[in-house]
Design a protein around this ligand. Structure first.
Ligand SMILES: Nc1ncnc2c1ncn2[C@@H]1O[C@H](COP(=O)(O)OP(=O)(O)OP(=O)(O)O)[C@@H](O)[C@H]1O
Ligand SMILES: [Mg+2]
Length: 272
């Protein structure tokens, strides 16, 4: 049964264009430490959204709050129009939202294939599961070669591939990706980002990616947010963000006016 809700407070878009994910004024804390404050963001169906931010900005906290690992102090999280704020993580996975955590947590003593099957534990359609195993082997052929090997024996990059693949095995509508580039070589990072974009284009999976690697994230994504000290300080299409001087200087390491910029950053807080 469809329930049309009045969400004028959440913006003027028509309900026909309902975003896949919507955060409104979310605040999460660890004891007395407020990690994110007043975070509002959206990811449209079929798009790749990104949150850029440096160490400790609050990127992981945003993803943990979405997937129910942390309950927010304030604000709401909506997924496919449903309020999932502070719901149980298992419930949220069942709704079609998978989280690839920071530092790619694979089960080291399980085989690669069993790790993949763990990602599909909520599914009843064994044909679909078998098909999706073949699909992830298509994206990451090395996982097929290593299917019987313990996941703990994989390299860091291969574990990242497995972690993404395990999320895919739930056949999700939305994947949260926490810094897939962490600890990987530029070449491997590029390969993984290319596959992430293919997954988005070919399967239509919506993705929210958080990254310190702004270059990769801005090239792969449609819409981006800049997070600083737990607050969103800027948002725009990635095409436009790539052209902004602040982003070029601070995140992409491109300086047009010489040496002054680095210094200025320390003082200047206004994002334009
Ligand atoms: N378990 C925790 N207990 C206390 N404080 C925490 C905890 N986890 C994170 N924090 C703090 O919350 C803030 C945001 O952390 P978070 O991990 O979300 O940042 P991040 O953007 O993911 O950083 P990184 O790029 O290093 O992964 C930081 O100040 C961090 O020190
Ligand atoms: Mg993090």
């Amino acid at each position: 049964m469809s329930q049309l809700t009045e969400n004028n407070a959440m913006g003027a878009e028509s309900t026909a264009e309902q975003p896949m994910l919507k955060l409104l004024n979310v605040e999460s804390a660890y004891g007395p430490i407020k990690a994110i404050r007043g975070v509002s963001l959206q990811v449209k169906k079929g798009e790749i959204g990104t949150v850029l931010g440096s160490n400790g900005a609050g990127k992981t906290t945003i993803l943990k709050t979405i997937s129910g690992i942390i309950d927010p102090r304030k604000g709401t999280v909506e997924f496919k129009g449903q309020n999932i704020t502070a719901r149980d993580p298992a419930f949220i996975v069942q709704q079609g939202l998978s989280h690839v955590p920071e530092g790619r947590e694979v089960f080291p003593l399980l085989s690669v294939r069993d790790n993949l099957l763990m990602g599909a534990y909520t599914r009843k359609d064994s044909d679909g599961v078998a098909k999706d195993i073949e699909a992830v082997f298509g994206y990451f052929p090395i996982l097929k070669e290593r299917a019987a090997q313990d996941a703990g024996l994989l390299s860091g990059g291969q574990q990242q591939m497995l972690s993404i693949s395990r999320a895919l095995m739930a056949n999700p509508d939305l994947i949260l990706l926490d810094e897939p580039s962490l600890g990987l070589s530029p070449k491997l990072t590029k390969e993984i980002f290319e596959i992430v974009v293919r997954i988005n284009r070919e399967r239509g999976t919506t993705i929210l990616l958080v990254e310190q690697n702004a270059n990769m994230a801005l090239n792969a994504s449609d819409y981006g947010y800049v997070l600083e000290n737990g607050r969103i300080v800027m948002e725009d299409t990635c095409a436009r963000l790539r052209e902004k001087d602040d982003i070029k200087e601070f995140y992409l390491g491109m300086k047009e006016e010489g040496m002054r910029s680095e210094r200025r950053w320390k003082k200047k807080k206004t994002w334009r």
